[in-house]
Design a protein around this ligand. Structure first.
Ligand SMILES: Cc1ncc(COP(=O)(O)O)c(C=O)c1O
Length: 383
């Protein structure tokens, strides 16, 4: 059977990985500044992660949500401690799209409304309501297009209010720093304004922290910089360091009832241990502080490169923008310099999403390679 051909693949086959490095079948070492799309938080094959998951799978890998699972309770407790998001309730699932799907569904149950407000260049996943709230018509099938979603530009509070005033909107969903869209972030005034409007018109504010959460921006959640209190926070990616797990934090104003949400695999024993280990290592190794420190170092180095027109993002969720498309540069970085980086909807933006364990020497390695390639690009243009 052939594979359903939906991914444009780089011809590289990783067979093992350690911390910030990935190795292919020939033993070639790659510096991972992509983190498998912002997923690797505590580093590949972290020894505590390997130990804890191995021990758990030898004991009990999975049982359904029909029994007591104290690991879920422990996870909720740890999450409150580290995120400082008190009083929320936790529902666990398996991916970012599923987290947003549940968030939107819950918002609709809670308000008994069905329209959604989302933003230009947003990405919230590929399932039903999540993809409808994603600003990319290419991935919205007719079956998804039946969802009623209105898109506004980041910062445009006036249009948001004009839509909310009709009182038919169940949720406003937003990434405080956009990921796939290209790392745009609006002002604190905007996010606070959005929060106030949601309260005024009884609409659920959903912060999509699938990519930006779990310390990636140097804060536990990206929205915390703006001091807002979302009604629902969706999480995934870095939460499991590669083990599939997602979830939503739900404000106490939204009440649970039996059967309202549900899942077979969500919150299983292995997934909980993966996430508990991520939280343990984030704290023990001071990885949020490392994210802030390395980010500063990266930005300092990027600022003196004239070809870089803009540095975007926060923490280790960064983008550098050029005045040319980066596809060829990204290929050279992979195949010649053995460095993985990411792309974005904006074709001129190179994305940097490394494990939060990255050190200055790895940043130096990247900038040496980048400078080398930029001098080649310029030479080729002159030719
Ligand atoms: C902000 C955001 N939300 C949701 C998703 C979807 O997550 P998943 O691919 O785990 O379904 C992504 C994935 O890139 C994302 O960046």
């Amino acid at each position: 059977m052939s594979l359903f051909n939906v991914y444009q693949l780089f011809d590289i086959t990783p067979v093992k990985a350690k911390d910030v490095f990935v190795y292919d079948e020939n033993g070639t070492q790659y510096l991972d500044l992509y983190g498998g799309h912002a997923v690797i938080s505590i580093g590949h094959s972290h020894p505590t992660y390997v130990k804890n998951i191995s021990e758990q799978v030898a004991k009990l890998g999975f049982y359904s949500n029909s029994i007591q699972n104290p690991l879920q309770v422990k996870l909720a407790t740890e999450l409150v401690k580290q995120s400082t998001c008190k009083d929320y309730q936790l529902f666990l699932c398996n991916s970012g799209a599923e987290a947003n799907e549940n968030a939107l569904k819950l918002a609709s149950f809670h308000t008994n409304k069905k329209k959604v407000i989302s933003f230009t260049n947003s990405f919230h996943g590929r399932t039903s309501a999540a993809v409808a709230a994603t600003d990319n018509t290419k991935i919205v099938a007719p079956i998804n297009a039946q969802q009623e979603v209105e898109f506004f530009d980041l910062g445009d509070l006036e249009s948001v209010e004009k839509a909310l005033i009709k009182e038919d909107v169940c949720a406003v969903i937003i990434e405080c720093i956009q990921g796939v869209g290209g790392l745009d972030e609006s002002t604190t005034e905007f996010y606070k304004g959005l929060e106030a409007l949601c309260r005024k018109y009884k609409t659920v504010l959903i912060a999509d922290e699938v990519q930006s959460g779990f310390g990636r921006t140097g804060d536990f959640f990206a929205f915390q910089k703006h001091k807002i209190t979302p009604d629902i926070i969706s999480i995934a990616k870095g939460m499991g360091n590669g083990f599939p797990i997602g979830g939503i934090l739900i404000h106490p104003t939204i009440k649970a009832s039996y059967g309202l949400l549900g899942t077979t695999f969500g919150g299983n024993h292995l997934a909980c241990v993966a996430c508990l280990t991520v939280l343990e290592v984030l704290e023990k190794e001071n990885l949020l502080e490392n994210a802030r420190m390395i980010s500063e170092y990266f930005i300092e180095k990027a600022a003196v490169i004239p070809e870089i027109k803009k540095i975007k993002g926060r923490g280790l969720m960064l983008g550098i923008e050029f005045d040319f498309p980066i596809a060829a540069l990204r290929k050279e970085l992979i195949f010649k310099h053995h460095i993985f980086t990411g792309s974005a909807k904006n074709p001129n933006l190179l994305r940097i999403l490394p494990p939060l364990t990255i050190k200055k020497e790895h940043v130096d390695q990247f900038f040496d390679a980048l400078k080398n390639e930029l001098s080649n690009v310029i030479t080729n243009v002159v030719k």
